[in-house]
Design a protein around this ligand. Structure first.
Ligand code: Z5A
Length: 208
């Protein structure tokens, strides 16, 4: 089973993925955790280029193609083989990030983004995607609290992140079966319980 997590920066994906993996493993499931961009030698090198804040000359098209190149490696080298072995694959960001950030956020033509997404994923799509929704104001507050230096993608404007969030809501309207909106403004525990409620009935048999 393939599951992905999405949302704007600091929405709490990484926190929730870690809790979910602990829970699944305690029930005897074999789980593989991945993050995008990254997860293969080539994809990690591409990640460095994408997030390096010295790369301010990067064009929007280069950005789109680099995220997609990283994904193509990950799908071929890791995701497809793991799904064939019946692991539960959990990906911290996947193709919806490209639709939301490069399509809605940067304003690249959605038709072209969709085509490139299909080429990069070879139509390997998550069965379930959790979109952890927080406001842009909350994102800024959490960033201030964590005091981490912003990378190139995090240097986007307030309006950029608003458009990204709207993009995620548009995907939720288009694909309500797969794309589940979770209120990320709740406590960590409440968010986890909501994810678990939506996932529990859809889990495969244990694969130990
Ligand atoms: N990107 C793209 O543009 N196109 C693409 O196709 C792909 C990605 C795949 C990757 O960044 C960047 O690339 C990302 C999108 C873009 N850019 N932005 N901006 P990354 O991998 O370095 O980071 P990220 O994916 O954006 O995640 P993050 O910053 O690591 O945050 P997170 O995983 O969503 O949240 P977290 O680490 O679990 O929590 C953040 C903070 O909030 C932390 O201090 C927690 O303690 C706190 N937190 C978590 N949950 C809660 C709740 N419930 N209440 C209060 N506080 C909370």
């Amino acid at each position: 089973m393939f599951i992905s997590f999405e949302g704007i920066d600091c929405c709490g994906k990484t926190t929730q993925v870690a809790l979910l993996i602990e829970r699944l493993q305690s029930l005897g499931h074999r789980v593989l955790l991945l993050r995008e961009p990254g997860g293969t030698t080539i994809s990690e090198k591409i990640r460095e280029i994408l997030l390096d804040k010295r790369n301010l000359k990067m064009t929007q098209i280069s950005e789109l193609l680099l995220f997609s190149a990283s994904r193509s490696q990950l799908v071929n080298e890791v995701i497809k083989p793991a799904l064939q072995q019946r692991s539960i694959v959990i990906c911290d960001r996947y193709v919806d990030s490209t639709t939301a950030y490069q399509g809605y956020g940067r304003g690249l033509p959605l038709g072209a983004v969709k085509t490139i997404n299909r080429v990069a994923t070879m139509d390997v799509m998550p069965a379930l995607t959790f979109f952890i929704d927080i406001t842009v104001k909350e994102m800024h507050e959490r960033r201030r609290a964590s005091r981490q230096e912003a990378d190139r993608m995090e240097m986007g404007t307030e309006e950029f992140f608003q458009r990204v969030r709207e993009g995620y809501h548009a995907i939720a309207q288009e694909e309500p079966e797969r794309f589940t909106v979770i209120n990320g403004l709740q406590t960590v525990e409440a968010v986890q319980e909501e994810i678990w409620r939506r996932l529990e009935g859809r889990l495969p048999e244990r694969n130990d």
